[in-house]
Design a protein around this ligand. Structure first.
Ligand SMILES: NC(=O)c1ccc[n+]([C@@H]2O[C@H](COP(=O)([O-])OP(=O)(O)OC[C@H]3O[C@@H](n4cnc5c(N)ncnc54)[C@H](OP(=O)(O)O)[C@@H]3O)[C@@H](O)[C@H]2O)c1
Length: 316
């Protein structure tokens, strides 16, 4: 279904594409996969908006991309996904500054954080990785509705294999906190959100995709101690003896593919890895998507719960 695979890079996937006229909005755009996605898309003529929580880091990313591509149309906007007021302010500012968004890439994320809470009292990983993006997407939807070939790409992870969403206790109020169960839950929520978006907006020509980018050495591991890092690598290589790290350009490929591939034009609500749509698989540790992450009843429950948590409804 696609000519690309595990070793393809963002530039490979975008080769031959002309993205001029498209506006691409990327959260977590100052670092890792988000920054490389922004670079590769700006190099193909897209108007790129990098969102992040630190203006200095955003400025550094914009400057570095412009140094490589002086013609890049790239700018930045502040959005702290761990603070709902900041998300609302970002949505308002974006609606004032931009006419439309053709591609929204909900890429930012935190992994394996110690037990903690966002500004609004939500568990850090669920609150940042899912709820922050849920509210941001709601506030950017009026711009997405004005785009062409409208797509929303949500960065998930194979880490979703570690846990479904506990819809009765997403914030770990009645169970012991575990940083990997929490990360897995938040990455499953990214897929269920994709399913919920497709159910509500697919008919309006807005399609949503969840992506596992691969295993890539980025700042994502900043919360891991040396021992936790070793334990993670040993778990991954035991369960997937063929595992190898991707480079950042390879890691950014699947989100660039989901954002632009013509094969996906009228199809969404899917989970992609290695530049392909993944199959449902209940047991494999080397790929595939768990059925609990695509379950439409769970997607509906998560949607309603997310609306309650942000205190806003997200009408289609
Ligand atoms: N790398 C991998 O192996 C891997 C594997 C599977 C899935 N993923 C997913 O890929 C995505 C990108 O990760 P990456 O590897 O590129 O990691 P990264 O380099 O650490 O980038 C993460 C980005 O998210 C931003 N972010 C974190 N908390 C935020 C908040 N509260 N508000 C706004 N932005 C926030 C970070 O901003 P700051 O710089 O300000 O912290 C950074 O820009 C994540 O969703 C991750 O779960 C990565």
């Amino acid at each position: 279904m696609s000519d690309f695979g595990e070793s393809s890079t963002a530039d490979d996937v975008l080769a031959g594409q002309d993205l001029s006229g498209k506006t691409v909005f990327i959260t977590g755009g100052n670092s890792g996969l988000g920054r490389e996605t922004g670079r590769a898309m700006a190099a193909k003529g897209a108007h790129v908006v990098l969102a992040g929580r630190d203006q200095e880091k955003l400025n550094a990313a914009v400057t570095a991309i412009k140094a490589d591509h002086p013609e890049a149309q790239i700018e930045s906007i502040i959005c702290d996904l761990g603070a709902l007021e900041s998300v609302r302010a970002c949505g308002k500012e974006a609606r004032d500054r931009f006419d439309k968004i053709d591609v929204l890439i909900n890429n930012a994320g935190v992994m394996a954080t110690p037990k903690g809470a966002t500004n609004d009292g939500l568990e850090t990983q669920f609150g940042t990785n899912h709820i922050g993006h849920f509210l941001l997407t709601k506030h950017l939807m009026p711009l997405v509705e004005k785009g062409q070939d409208k797509r929303i790409v949500n960065l998930s992870s194979r880490g979703h294999h570690m846990a479904p969403v506990d819809l009765d206790d997403p914030n770990f109020e009645n169970r012991d906190y575990n940083e990997w169960v929490s990360y897995g839950q938040s990455k499953t929520a990214n897929i269920l959100f994709t399913v919920g978006l497709e159910q509500r907006f697919g008919g309006k020509g807005i399609h949503a995709y969840a992506v596992h980018p691969g295993g890539i050495r980025t700042n994502l591991s900043r919360h891991l101690s040396e021992d936790q890092s070793k334990a993670l690598i040993s778990r991954v290589t035991k369960s997937d003896p063929g595992f190898s790290w991707k480079t950042i350009p390879q890691g950014a490929a699947t989100q660039c593919w989901a954002a632009t591939a013509s094969e996906l034009r009228d199809r969404g609500g899917v989970y992609c890895e290695d530049c392909h749509v993944a199959e449902v698989d209940e047991t494999s540790s080397t790929g595939g998507v768990r059925s609990y992450a695509l379950d439409s009843a769970s997607a509906d429950r998560l949607w309603s719960m997310s609306e309650q948590m942000v205190g806003e409804s997200f009408t289609a």
